[in-house]
Write a protein that binds this ligand. Structure first.
Ligand code: ADP
Ligand code: MG
Length: 219
């Protein structure tokens, strides 16, 4: 086929595993990494240095599975640490990276590398987390997995922050001391209440404006 560019056939794939805390994202990332290592594909694992909950240089799951990783401060550092022979790159806690993680991942995939990312799709307020929306959008494969609701045992898609008094900042690195997995029914976040209040107020003010306009029309 004249002019048909087959170069794209060798490009890598972007896989994203997302979900709330305790849903097994890190376990799944480690499982995929182990399989690529069994297949003797050169694999590098990165994590943001901000996440030192369990270990400074290892990716560790809540169930204590562990694999050695390279902690990096900025997304660009991933490119700096990359070996020519690397076929698979795994990135845990990808939501903590700066916005340049998107072009970095794109560049890796263009080099033919399989990129496996794990990260929180939502923060404790239910808002999208950092670069996740764009990453989920450009991914070739997305697995959204669930945890178990700590209140009722149902499937949980939300992360609940226990100590709101401590901080309302989006990033507060913590463990089960700070967070729980919850189903939507038991995820009663502060923000949800705020949203509902704002929505009710906007409905009320809209009704008032409509009433005033109606009265004006009658005059
Ligand atoms: P993530 O990376 O998504 O935060 P991990 O892979 O580190 O999750 O840990 C998953 C493990 O966490 C489970 O296999 C289980 O042993 C443990 N765990 C603790 N609390 C829960 C929960 N509420 N729901 C599911 N798994 C939980
Ligand atoms: Mg994890």
């Amino acid at each position: 086929m004249v002019g048909y560019n087959t170069g794209h056939l060798s490009s890598g794939v972007i896989e994203v595993v997302c979900g709330p805390m305790f849903s097994g994202k890190t376990e799944e990332l480690i499982r995929r990494v182990r399989r690529s290592q069994i297949a003797r594909q050169k694999t590098q694992i990165f994590k943001p240095s901000i996440d030192d909950r369990y270990h400074k240089t290892n990716v560790v799951s809540h169930s204590s599975l562990s694999i050695e990783a390279m902690p990096v401060k900025r997304s660009m550092d991933i490119l700096g640490h990359l070996y020519d022979s690397t076929r698979v790159v795994a990135i845990d806690e990808v939501q903590f990276f700066d916005e340049f993680i998107i072009p970095v991942i794109r560049k890796l995939a263009r080099r033919g590398i399989r990129v496996i990312c794990a990260g929180l799709d939502q923060d404790f307020k239910g808002h999208s987390f950092g670069p996740m929306p764009e990453l989920l959008c450009m991914a070739d494969r997305v697995d959204k997995i669930q945890a178990i609701c700590t209140v009722c045992g149902a499937a949980a898609s939300k992360t609940y922050r226990k100590n709101l008094e401590e901080s309302e900042a989006q990033i507060l690195v913590g463990e089960s001391d700070l967070y729980e997995a919850r189903c939507s029914a038991h995820w009663d976040s502060h923000e949800q209440d705020q949203d509902l209040l704002a929505f009710t107020l906007s409905l009320e003010s809209k009704a008032k404006v409509e009433e005033a306009t109606h009265k004006e029309g009658q005059l």
